[in-house]
Design a binder for this molecule. Structure first.
Ligand code: NAI
Ligand code: MG
Length: 322
């Protein structure tokens, strides 16, 4: 069976790391057909919409989409794309690898980030010259859907991040709903205030396995964890919907290194492995992870990991191991 994958490189290093991940996917032996689509700042600069309808529709109808990053137009691109695939959770694993110099060598945590609401619901307003507001949305239904997924993902239990001591109504609803659903499934949880959790993750990350987060907390805690494991070049993610998925590195367009050919492709290659797993090619996904792990252990490595290799050197080394 041919798997049709929509590929949206976007801006900046997205143009470098997405082709790298496509090369790796092609080396797995799975029969793929890649359909490339445009989105991002470069489309807007040419007078188009940052997310053209055609690109949105392709993602909305594909089983899986591989996305790089968008620059200043990120909110106009990635939020509607996540919506187009009806994605309710963003899965963000953060782990260390042998051979990679990490602040916290024992870390292996997966963040399950609520992907539809919170402060990203888009309800911002300028009230007066002096005052702007933001309406934070938390619903019982979205919290339940996330919790159901978390119970399946982590039957051995998980941590719920919240700030219900201040945001009593919204995060109170989030925390209580997620914990109630977990209890109904016989899954153990503990609730953690997200600010203190940030500190605990830095001091003792080995105490955490799976952390279920409101939208913004998931964004911030996963980037914090990227810093602990060796950088954003290592963090993949999967936006999971009932019938479709959108797979993307956690990082952005990295304008400071874009165009130099030195971006670390591992985050996007590992996102491609999550794509394969979503399409139930578990063995091929595992092969990619093993190949990445081996390259990280023995090199070549890109400059963010202390090496001097180019994106293509690392990609070729991963392909060779496959
Ligand atoms: P960023 O993730 O692009 O970069 C942060 C730092 O990490 C930079 O020093 C960069 O060089 C480094 N880095 C990131 N990925 C790397 C890789 N693969 N290899 C080596 N180094 C890497 O975040 P920043 O600088 O805050 O944002 C830059 C642009 O990206 C902004 O315009 C922002 O809106 C956009 N962005 C888009 C996202 C998306 O499309 N999903 C997500 C985050 C940011
Ligand atoms: Mg982010």
């Amino acid at each position: 069976m041919t798997e049709e994958i929509v590929v949206i490189p976007g801006d900046g290093i997205g143009q470098e790391v997405v082709p790298a991940a496509v090369d790796v996917l092609q080396a797995t032996g799975v029969d793929f057909e890649f359909v490339e689509a445009a989105a991002g700042d470069h489309v807007a600069e040419e007078g188009g919409e940052p997310l053209p309808d055609e690109t949105r529709d392709l993602a909305a109808n594909a089983d899986a989409t591989l996305f790089g990053a968008a620059g200043e137009s990120a909110a106009d691109v990635i939020l509607p794309l996540r919506d187009a695939v009806d994605s309710f959770v963003n899965v963000r694993p953060a782990r260390t690898y042998p051979g990679v110099d990490a602040l916290k060598p024992g870390m292996d945590v997966v963040f399950l980030r609520e992907n539809t609401e919170g402060v990203y619901a888009g309800h911002e307003a300028r009230l007066t010259d002096d005052v702007s507001t933001l309406t934070r949305v938390v619903s019982q239904s979205a919290s339940e859907r996330l919790a159901e997924y978390a119970c399946e993902f982590a039957p051995e239990g998980f941590t719920v991040a919240h700030k219900a001591n201040v945001m009593r109504e919204t995060d109170g609803l989030f925390r209580d709903t997620v914990q109630r659903v977990a209890e109904e499934h016989g899954v153990e949880t503990d609730a953690a205030l997200m600010d203190a959790l940030a500190m605990h993750l830095c001091l003792r990350p080995e105490e955490y396995d799976v952390v279920v987060c409101p939208n913004l907390a998931g964004d911030v805690l996963s980037d914090l964890s990227a810093g602990l494991v060796g950088g954003l070049g290592l963090l993949p993610s999967a936006n999971i919907g009932e019938e479709r998925g959108l797979f993307e590195p956690v990082h952005g367009t990295a304008p400071d290194i874009a165009g130099q050919g030195v971006a670390n492709p591992c985050a996007t290659v590992l996102s491609a492995a999550m794509l394969l797993e979503y399409l139930e090619y578990d063995d091929e996904a595992e092969d990619i992870r093993d190949a990445v792990e081996s390259v990280l252990a023995h090199g070549p490595r890109t400059p963010d990991l202390g090496g001097d290799a180019a994106t293509t050197d690392v990609t070729n080394a991963i392909v060779e191991r496959l």
